[in-house]
Design a protein around this ligand. Structure first.
Ligand code: AMP
Length: 215
């Protein structure tokens, strides 16, 4: 099963992607997580990506596409994957289609988690992340058991640089300009499904599963 999650930053697509990956026993591939791991490990890719990420800009396509296509070669991708945060531009989507078509393969579902900008700005202000293991929380909707501490690895939680309000506004502008056109791209291919991301995480997940299994 090959699934793409679409939606603005903060729409909740990461949470839905992780749950889908667990339900269908396929890997969750988040390009944002891959970049953050590279930043943490001080790699050349991480240092290049950080310059863009901290400004709320997209990392250039050429730094992203090969990374993802290489990741598919891993045996854990044999039964599919959930892509979270990729593709984010039309050229990335075209590159993905081309790479899959080379193996007579294609994306099956593109799921758009739809949330208005105002709701996103409110949500992101409460988002907290563990830079050690990548877990994310929300001060109100998904609080950690111990305030400011990751449930999984006990590390301190932070408001990520790219979740700060000024950066969020920039990221939303970038989303509307560069990523939103993918909705039409996948709609034209007949594989777009939309869910209302203002619902609770559980309700939205139920809707996503129905959309996939109702097909
Ligand atoms: P995310 O965790 O998916 O919100 O990604 C965090 C940041 O990583 C984004 O704001 C971008 O700067 C960068 N990024 C992640 N995925 C991509 C992608 N597919 N193309 C370009 N930049 C990306």
């Amino acid at each position: 099963m090959k699934i793409i999650m679409l939606g603005a930053p903060g729409a909740g697509k990461g949470t839905q992607a992780k749950r889908l990956a667990a339900k269908y026993n396929i890997p969750h591939i988040s390009t944002g997580d891959i970049f953050r791991a590279n930043i943490k490990n001080n790699t050349e890719l991480g240092n290049k990506a950080k310059v863009y990420m901290d400004q709320g800009l997209l990392v250039p396509d050429e730094l992203v596409v090969d990374l993802v296509v290489d990741r598919f070669k891993n045996p854990d991708c044999a039964n599919g994957y959930v892509l979270d945060g990729f593709p984010r531009t039309i050229p990335q989507a075209e590159a993905l289609d081309k790479a899959l078509a080379n193996n007579q393969d294609a994306v099956e579902y593109a799921i758009d988690v739809d949330v208005p900008d105002e709701v996103i700005i409110d949500r992101m202000a409460g988002r907290r992340a563990c830079l050690n293991c990548g877990a994310t929380y929300h001060t109100i909707t998904i609080p950690p058991k111990k305030e400011g501490i990751c449930d999984i690895c006990d590390s301190p939680l932070v408001l990520r640089e790219d979740d700060k309000p000024e950066t969020v506004k920039k990221r939303l502008t970038v989303y509307h300009e560069q990523t939103q056109p993918l909705i039409e791209y996948y709609s034209n291919k007949g594989i777009l499904k939309s869910v209302d991301g203002t619902k609770t995480m559980d309700e939205a997940f139920e809707e996503v599963v129905l959309l996939i299994e109702g097909n």
